[in-house]
Write a protein that binds this ligand. Structure first.
Ligand code: M6R
Length: 575
């Protein structure tokens, strides 16, 4: 949550930072700001609102200078207003700073800052004042390192000081992502790689507690004890185009369509070592949040079928109910590899062997796991996870059934994408409803959960998903005339029981919308999306594509920007 970017070099800092902020906006979009240093003076512009509108209203790119920082905010401490937007100054404008995370000891730190004048309600501003205080006695390097040592909680920080004759960028991270971009005669830092992709393919993922100082000619990294340290430079082969909309109106739509192409890449991912580990363990815990939790649930069902004692956990609750030991294999699934709840749960499983399934090379999850499987789905920018969900499923299927079973997957996804026109026709109908229900049975239930999450996340219509058999245990009281019930009804062993659930709902006036390859089910539905002839093993993939498209088109119908759903951010780096 929150996106940070910093630049030092010979280029126009305000231009590079503004472009980067646009690519980081998925991390938070309630306010935005930029600060540039020139001739020992800061210029700072910030306001509430989205990057595009604020940056053009405040003419960010007219600011001159070759070093600067920018921030796009997802509020934690303090309401959304100009004062609380980052970057923040100290009292005398000798320091400017942007922060992502939560400084847990900020009240205590604030008490020690007698005489300092605060301009915001944020926890972050306190860091600028401590840096200011330390600069009175110490060199800029020492002052920064000392400042960071006093902080509790989580942070990714980028700061500048007019006291630094060398005009360098001071950065630090703990439990919030921050990546260094290594350029030629220029250096970058950002919360995520896509922000820096137009300028470099060489990156350093800072380790927990690392601090670094960047100048146009290079960088120095310090470990948490303040010792200079080398960290590996990784090269990514992501094409810049994958982080662009490429002619689509939204990233989400592009990423839904991308699934056809990226699935092939995912199927090439290395899974053998992880599979050997999985085979060795009888007891397996799978941890994840949100969409990734739905993959975890599906994984647990498939592993249980293979005779494993497998359980999926919502990562944020694992510490209360999970009892991992050295006999438990822990698998964490996270697109970003930076979700705080997932990292925290993984650390809780300290005695267990761990596997990470992630889309993000070098992310924190990969560094606290024994083995990593990369999704290779390319960067996902839309807040609503789409292609990374199908990639996670593809990895899970490859582990359980082997790659050969997935040879027809790409073609199936391509065919399901062709149903977009039919989905578009259904969308206006659903856009007027206030409640929507999704039902499925067996292995298709996690897909119903995912469809429902996608739907509520970007349409703001209340939606719930159930195993069909559960309707009669309470939810039927909500099914009245015209209430949409979306039925995931492939012609597998779940269909006969699901048919009964459809009748129960229909008898109460439900408007049945089905995704099915069964002509009878299609006939009794108000509207139906056709699944083509396919291997029944692949039904979950066939089901999710039209449901992602449905959420997208209902969102558009309701005038919502599906790439920027309210109150949400792509990468949730606070617990
Ligand atoms: O990066 P992660 O997979 O760990 O993210 C977990 C959730 O925050 C994420 O899946 C969220 O639920 C999606 N935005 C939903 O579309």
């Amino acid at each position: 949550m929150c996106g940070i970017i910093g630049y030092v070099g010979l280029g126009k800092a305000s231009q590079i930072i503004t472009d980067g902020l646009k690519r980081l906006e998925y991390r938070g979009y309630d306010s935005v700001g930029i600060a540039v240093l020139k001739n020992k003076k800061f210029e700072l512009r910030k306001d509430k609102g989205m990057v595009g509108e604020v940056s053009s209203q405040l003419e960010f790119t007219t600011m001159d200078g070759n070093i600067g920082i920018g921030h796009t905010r997802w509020a934690t401490h303090g309401v959304v207003c100009t004062e609380n937007a980052h970057p923040h100054f100290d009292c005398n404008k000798t320091v400017v700073l942007a922060h992502n995370g939560v400084i847990e000891n900020f009240l205590q730190l604030k008490k020690g800052l007698n005489g300092h004048k605060f301009s915001s309600e944020t926890d972050s501003e306190v860091v600028a004042h401590i840096f200011e205080e330390n600069l009175k006695l110490l060199s800029p390097e020492e002052a920064f390192l000392t400042t960071i040592s006093s902080l509790g909680g989580s942070y990714a920080i980028a700061a500048l000081s007019t006291n630094d004759p060398e005009e360098r960028l001071f950065i630090a991270r703990r439990n919030s992502p921050l990546i260094i971009g290594v350029g030629k005669g220029e250096m970058f830092c950002a919360s995520d790689i896509p922000a820096m992709l137009p300028y470099t393919r060489s990156f350093i993922h800072l380790e927990e507690g690392d601090r670094a100082i960047l100048s146009k000619s290079g960088y120095t990294i310090y470990d948490p004890e303040g010792k200079k340290i080398n960290r590996e430079i990784i090269t990514v082969d992501w094409n810049f185009d994958v982080a662009q909309k490429g002619g689509y109106s939204h990233f989400m739509l592009k990423e839904i369509h991308d699934q056809e192409h990226f699935i092939g890449q995912t199927l090439h991912s290395e899974t053998d070592k992880a599979k050997v580990m999985i085979d060795k363990f009888e007891k397996i815990h799978i941890l994840a949040a949100g969409t990734s939790y739905h993959s975890a649930l599906l994984f647990s069902y498939l592993l249980s079928e293979k005779g494993k004692i497998a359980q999926a956990f919502v990562a944020s609750d694992y510490q209360f109910i999970g009892k991992p030991d050295e006999k438990t294999l822990v698998i964490a699934i996270s697109q970003s590899g930076e979700t705080a709840d997932v990292l925290q749960a993984l650390r809780y499983a300290s005695k267990s062997k761990k596997i990470a399934i992630t889309n993000t090379i070098g992310s924190t999850i990969t560094r606290i796991s024994d083995e990593t499987i990369l999704l290779n789905a390319g960067p996902e920018v839309g807040v609503a996870a789409t292609k990374t969900f199908t990639s996670q499923m593809a990895i899970i299927y490859k582990i359980i059934y082997g790659k050969v079973k997935l040879s027809a997957l790409q073609k199936l996804i391509a065919t399901m994408l062709e149903c977009e026109e039919s989905v578009r026709k259904i969308a206006p109908l659903l856009a007027k409803k206030s409640n929507v229900f999704f039902i499925a049975r067996g292995k298709n239930v996690p897909i119903a959960y995912e469809a429902s999450l996608k739907f509520k996340e970007i349409t703001y219509i209340s939606s719930e998903a159930y195993p069909g058999g559960e309707l009669k245990h309470g939810t039927l009281s909500l099914i009245t005339e015209g209430v949409p019930v979306i039925v995931l009804a492939p012609n597998d062993q779940t269909l006969s029981k699901l048919a009964g659930n459809i009748q129960e709902a229909k008898a109460r006036g439900a408007m049945i919308l089905s995704i099915t390859d069964d002509p009878e089910t299609a006939k009794i539905s108000y509207q139906s999306i056709q699944i083509p002839k396919c291997d029944p093993l692949l039904y979950p993939f066939a089901l999710i594509i039209p449901l992602q498209l449905l959420a997208y088109h209902v969102s558009i119908e309701r005038g919502i920007n599906p790439d920027r759903p309210r109150n949400l951010a792509k990468s949730v780096t606070v617990e």
